[in-house]
Design a binder for this molecule. Structure first.
Ligand code: ZN
Length: 204
């Protein structure tokens, strides 16, 4: 789920959102100190989202995530490449994780519009085929960019870890309709286990 407030502020007032990028980051050696948090030399993490839209990607989804996974498990690349998020100072990057976009790949499952809770998940609950495809994609990205699986987290987890950012309070992903018994606070670990399995099987 994208933070539109963040998008607006980040594009209009780049120095404003610098205040919210409270993450330890690599800096380009010659970058001024105020660029801290906006430029990195390596992609370091993957943030997993749901789009809170319908089952197939719309233009907004494609603009704000590097990869979207539709209902059928098809992976579609977004407008920006993961490498575009190494430098978020130029404004040309996928804005998917307020306070944590720099060095972060955004993978999103299309769906969950209208989600209220497990009993009322809306008309677009994520499908088994969809999430498994997304987990496999993350395994491939971990291999390609040498990202530790422990650096893959849901947007929900990122918000919990960074309560002073605009990602705080995000609910993607607190419920996996195809794995209804996995509790909200266990979903990140569950997903990392899945990614580990896919990486061993296909990308080791
Ligand atoms: Zn999100």
């Amino acid at each position: 789920m994208v933070s539109f407030v963040f998008l607006h502020l980040s594009s209009v007032y780049p120095l404003f959102f610098l205040e919210f990028s409270g993450e330890a980051s690599l800096q380009c050696s010659n970058a001024p100190h105020w660029l801290k948090g906006l430029i990195m030399t390596k992609l370091e993490k993957i943030i997993i989202h749901w789009s809170a839209s319908a089952y197939y990607p719309n233009a907004t989804d494609l603009e704000h995530y590097h990869f979207v996974v539709d209902k059928d498990g098809e992976v579609k690349p977004g407008k920006y490449k993961p490498e575009d998020n190494l430098n978020c100072y130029d404004g040309k990057y996928a804005q998917h994780c307020g306070g944590g976009n720099t060095g972060a790949i955004g993978v999103s499952f299309c769906g969950m519009a209208g989600f209220k809770n497990a009993k009322n998940p809306g008309k677009y609950p994520l499908t088994f085929k969809q999430v498994e495809s997304g987990f496999k994609l993350c395994a491939e990205l971990c291999k390609k960019y040498n990202i530790p699986i422990n650096n893959v987290m849901t947007h929900y987890e990122f918000g919990k870890l960074h309560p002073n950012t605009l990602s705080a309070g995000k609910i993607d992903i607190i419920y996996l309709p195809c794995y209804p018994n996995v509790k909200a606070n266990e979903i990140g670990a569950f997903i990392r286990q899945k990614i580990k399995w896919y990486k061993l099987k296909f990308f080791s």
